[in-house]
Design a protein around this ligand. Structure first.
Ligand code: ADP
Length: 466
């Protein structure tokens, strides 16, 4: 069923039910109030009739004739009969052939138009007996005959009828309005939904640029449209990344492979001797390739969130000390200095190999970009709930415009590309992913020509301990 049909149906049904319930309840309440009111009215009318006749009876000294009350009875639209205390008839309104009261009422009905109170056609003839008094003594009995639903005067019936009609009328109008309203409402809802569905279908069939453009203020629909658009953007970004990766990987692989190929061809052509020196050049290229493949493997793992952490507790101060002693000879061989300033001895829980990988990465980077009197300082500070590890060099620094991108995959500044330092542009992105997998953060501070400082913050407690 379409949304519009569903909405219209439920709205119309709701209106119908509401009108029905309202009319039933108000009818019942008005009826009961109205009936009591009319019965009370009738009671007070009978009481005033009794008072009038009582007064007449006393005035005429109990000597009333039929004519005395005939007009009165006709005017009130009732039958009147007065009997003395011995139950003998004193007088009565109209001819009263014994037991033929129905006939009498028929007669009354014939004078319908003349009566100022109108009777309904239905109902039974009933009588009320009321005492007529003089000086606190019952001197006679008054019998009033009437049709038992006579309290339902015609105007009352008209009122009730009007009420019912007004319910039917207002019901019909509300249903028509509800119908029109629901059509408008359904259009307002289904139009943006269809637009979103079109967008989703577009994305599904490969048009990743497709975006939902809706003009609605309905919060949920706006959220849905935002989600679809976000999905589209994310897919487009991923697709773009995938394309860039594919071309970047191809490019990165091509350079060492071309070098290898030309070297091997030169050896086959006997232009190049396969001596130890030349074979070592080939080996360096193969190492580069190996590194690239390893980096790619790590990158894809971080991309897929498949970094398996093997967390253990160890002393990070000692660990860095160990790394420094491995790197120190390499630095010194190049005429550079590497110093380590550990103020505190700190225990941490994390993947020891991953930590090594990150520091290796940063140290290998800095060594590539150091100049004369190159120096790298490592500092380890204790924080409230973690450690701060800084690796600062006095190398070539990073240009301000490159800074925001250096943690992106395959990003290499022009300087480093020209420098022929080697490198894949993957190291920092992998380091960042590894640090973030430990709920830590890595940031960079650099001034071109002055040096670069990487700052790593790692928690020593909290979720990292799990
Ligand atoms: P690469 O394999 O090219 O070193 P990285 O992801 O490790 O890739 O680094 C990305 C880029 O950041 C480098 O190409 C270089 O331009 C810059 N960079 C990283 N570390 C330093 C540093 N210590 N000094 C200057 N530039 C750096």
């Amino acid at each position: 069923m379409k949304l519009s049909q569903r909405l219209t149906l439920s709205l119309v049904l709701t209106i119908l039910f509401s009108i029905l319930i309202i009319s039933l309840i108000s009818n019942a309440m008005i009826n009961s109030r109205f009936d009591t009111y009319l019965i009370e009215e009738q009671e007070s009318r009978f009481e005033s009739i009794r008072n009038d006749i009582n007064a007449l009876l006393i005035e005429k000294n109990q000597d009333l004739t039929d004519d005395d009350i005939a007009n009165y009875a006709a005017r009130e639209g009732i039958y009147i009969e007065i009997r003395d205390s011995n139950n003998n008839m004193i007088c009565h309104s109209m001819e009263y052939p014994g037991g033929q009261r129905k006939g009498m009422m028929g007669h009354m009905r014939r004078h319908h138009g003349m009566m100022n109170r109108h009777f309904s056609n239905t109902g039974n003839y009933v009588e009320r007996t009321l005492p007529l008094m003089s000086n606190d003594q019952e001197i006679a009995t008054l019998i009033i005959g009437y049709i038992d639903n006579s309290h339902l005067t015609e105007s009352a019936l008209i009122f009730k009828d009007t009420l019912d009609k007004s319910f039917v009328l207002s019901g019909t109008i509300t249903i028509i309005l509800g119908f029109l309203g629901s059509i408008l409402l359904a259009r307002g809802l289904s139009k943006p939904l269809l637009n979103i569905a079109d967008t989703a279908n577009g994305i599904r069939s490969g048009d990743l640029r497709s975006r939902a453009k809706i003009k609605t203020k309905t919060k949920e629909i706006v959220q849905l449209s935002d989600s679809i658009n976000y999905l589209g953007e994310a897919l487009e970004r991923q697709e773009e990344l995938r394309r860039r990766y594919a071309s970047d990987i191809a490019h990165e692989l091509r350079t060492p492979l071309t070098t290898l190929k030309s070297h091997v061809e030169a050896m086959i052509d006997k232009v190049w001797k396969p001596d130890e020196k030349n074979l070592n050049i080939l080996l360096t290229e193969i190492h580069e390739l190996n590194k690239l493949v390893d980096d790619l493997k790590d990158t894809f793992r971080t991309l897929e969130g498949q970094l398996n952490m093997n967390k253990t507790q160890f002393n990070i101060s000692d660990e860095i000390d160990d790394i420094v002693s491995t790197f120190k000879p390499i630095f010194e061989r190049n005429g550079y200095a590497l110093e380590y300033l550990a103020k505190d001895s700190i225990e941490i829980i994390m993947d020891r190999d991953r930590l090594r990988q990150v520091i290796y990465n940063l140290l290998s980077n800095s060594i590539k970009y150091l100049g004369d009197d190159g120096k790298v300082s490592i500092t380890l500070d204790k924080l409230d709930s973690g450690v701060k590890l800084s690796i600062a060099d006095n190398g070539i620094g990073i240009a301000q415009e490159d800074l925001p991108f250096i943690f992106e995959r395959f990003y290499r500044s022009d300087v480093s590309r020209n420098k022929e330092t080697g490198g894949t542009g993957l190291g920092l992105s992998i380091s960042k992913a590894l640090i973030e997998a430990h709920q830590g953060s890595i940031s960079v501070d650099s001034v071109l020509g002055r040096g670069t400082k990487f700052i790593i913050i790692l928690p020593t407690s909290g979720s990292n301990y799990q």
